[in-house]
Design a protein around this ligand. Structure first.
Ligand code: HEC
Length: 490
């Protein structure tokens, strides 16, 4: 326990802006002024001084904004078009909004919590910080001139170098009236021999329309298929949702990106392997309001230094699924509330590869009839062998817009049970890769259980009532996870 706390503190110093112990972890509840046990490592646990608001915006509130918010809310940042926090006056003007967001734990964005292990770069505010902001917001006064600038947050981690930058030749602009638009494009690094990525970064060009993105590493075998999809659809790329829309056996989920996300950096001595001819497909989720600027977002790759002898450890991405079965609720009826009809409609729309509803049940040994809606909430769980061997580098969970919660547990029910990721309140807009602070090892015979729940009430009432199942569409659902491990070479 002490080791974990010290690590968290050390990492809070080393890492990105906005680190905190997190409000709902038991450790954070401990009194701030812990008694130091006489004779035992006196300086080992630097504690934070709880923030108390006493009409002193500059001393108590401004530092929180600078540490945890300004990284995204200064002009040019991903949150600035919603709320700009360039000056003390702007922060004052947004006081009620800020208090509402922080007390709902909606900002800073960091959906992981609950029983999750400590993660690097945890952005959550502590309870005392939230309380101070709420107390301040009651008057919202500032004891500094309104034009006092808010300092930038600490810069996030960056790629050590950019060896390859891929920018599509043709920009993409959606069609008018599309609020949620998903588009896949091919990003070809032109690699001619096996190499490893030390890290990579998705760089959105038109941040006003790029909502979030998912990158897949594709085996060279899917190249002709990608070129065909590209040629068949007018404009750059092709329409897709939930996956690349190409051969799923050639696809490896590589990266989820949301605004403010730092680049993906793999631990030294390891890298994501790329074979000759492999390429990336990036699926961008666009939000178009009135404006439809052409977007040419890029992918930056940092190739790993290859050791003179031997190879790097491979970064391995292992995928996990659970079924998604969300029947119509009480008071909903229509032909598509019948599962078979909904399945047939989805297959017609996305092709058989875009609908994994039955396959996920087969993997997990369940039947659609095993699932029911309880008080408007559907849930599903599935335990599968871990398959991977090595140290966990990061974990990631994925559902669509009806998602309510997500959980992933290693060896559930055994003496060495370990929660790998707990997202008590799913947020489709903030699908982050989480890097555990502790060393967590897995072996192929371990079991990883993922669990999803969905709130039927979140479904757009304008849509035709339908049984929601695992498929590619934005109105369909998924329960999907990846565990990224580092596999010792040789
Ligand atoms: C990682 C980037 C990031 C950080 C850090 C961040 N925000 Fe945000 N914020 C956003 C984005 C992006 C939006 C736009 C809404 C969305 O996408 O959720 C937003 C929206 C908001 C809004 C407007 C919400 C609305 O309903 O219009 C408020 C208020 C806000 N943030 C406050 C904060 C505060 C206070 C902090 C720090 C304690 C903070 N944010 C930290 C990215 C961030």
């Amino acid at each position: 326990m002490i080791v974990a706390r010290v690590l968290v503190v050390v990492l809070a110093i080393l890492m990105v802006a906005g680190c905190g112990d997190g409000g709902d972890e038991p450790e954070a509840e401990a009194p701030a002024t812990a008694e130091t046990t006489p004779g035992s490592e006196p300086a080992s646990e630097p504690e934070f001084e709880p923030v108390v608001y006493k009409d002193d915006f500059a001393a108590s509130i401004k530092p929180i904004i600078e540490e945890s918010c300004s990284g995204c809310h200064l002009p040019g940042g991903p949150g600035a078009s919603h709320v700009s926090m360039a000056t003390a006056g702007e922060v004052r003007d947004a006081a009620p909004l800020i208090a509402a967001q922080v007390s709902a734990a909606a900002m800073p964005p960091w959906p992981a919590g609950g029983d999750s292990p400590p993660f690097l770069g945890d952005r959550r505010l502590r309870e005392d910080q939230i309380r101070a902001i709420v107390d301040w917001s009651r008057t919202g006064t500032i004891n500094v001139p309104a034009k006092t600038p808010i300092a930038p947050g600490q810069p996030v981690a960056a790629l050590a170098e950019v060896d390859i930058e891929i920018t599509p030749a043709e920009g993409y602009a959606g069609s008018p009236g599309e609020v949620d638009h998903y588009r896949c494009q091919m990003y070809d690094p032109g690699v001619t021999e096996r190499t490893w990525l030390q890290g990579f970064e998705f760089v959105p060009e038109r941040t006003e329309v790029v909502h979030h993105a998912i990158a897949y590493r594709m085996d060279a075998s899917a190249r002709a298929q990608a070129e065909k999809a590209e040629a068949a659809a007018p404009g750059a790329g092709w329409p897709c949702f939930g996956s690349s829309g190409l051969d799923p056996t050639a696809e490896t989920f590589a990266l989820g990106w949301a605004p403010g996300q730092s680049p993906t950096l793999f631990p030294e001595g390891s890298g994501l392997p790329i074979a000759a001819g492999d390429f990336f497909v990036v699926q961008v989720h666009y939000h178009y309001d009135d404006d439809r600027p052409e977007d040419r977002s890029s992918l930056k790759l940092d190739l790993a230094e290859q050791p003179e002898t031997g190879a790097l450890d491979d970064i391995v991405v292992t995928e996990f699924v659970a079924p998604a079965e969300i029947p119509c609720g009480e008071g909903e009826s229509g032909p598509l509330c019948d599962r078979d009809a909904a399945l047939a409609a989805a297959r017609k729309k996305y092709g058989p590869e875009g609908v994994q509803a039955n396959e996920t049940n087969i993997f997990c040994g369940t039947e659609p009839e095993d699932y029911a809606l309880v008080d408007g909430v559907a849930s599903s769980r599935c335990g599968l062998p871990a398959r991977a061997e090595g140290d966990i580098v990061s974990v990631f969970g994925h559902e669509h817009e009806l998602g309510k919660s997500f959980r992933m547990v290693l060896n559930e029910g055994s003496a060495d049970e370990k929660v790998l990721l707990d997202i008590p309140r799913w947020d489709f807009d903030w699908q982050l890769n989480y890097v555990p602070v502790e060393k967590i090892q897995v072996k192929p015979s371990d079991r990883i259980t993922i669990e999803c729940s969905w709130d039927r009430g979140l479904r757009d009432p304008a849509l035709e009532p339908a049984y929601v199942l695992w498929a590619d569409g934005s109105d369909d659902e998924m329960c999907f996870a990846t565990v990224v491990t580092r596999e010792r070479s040789g």
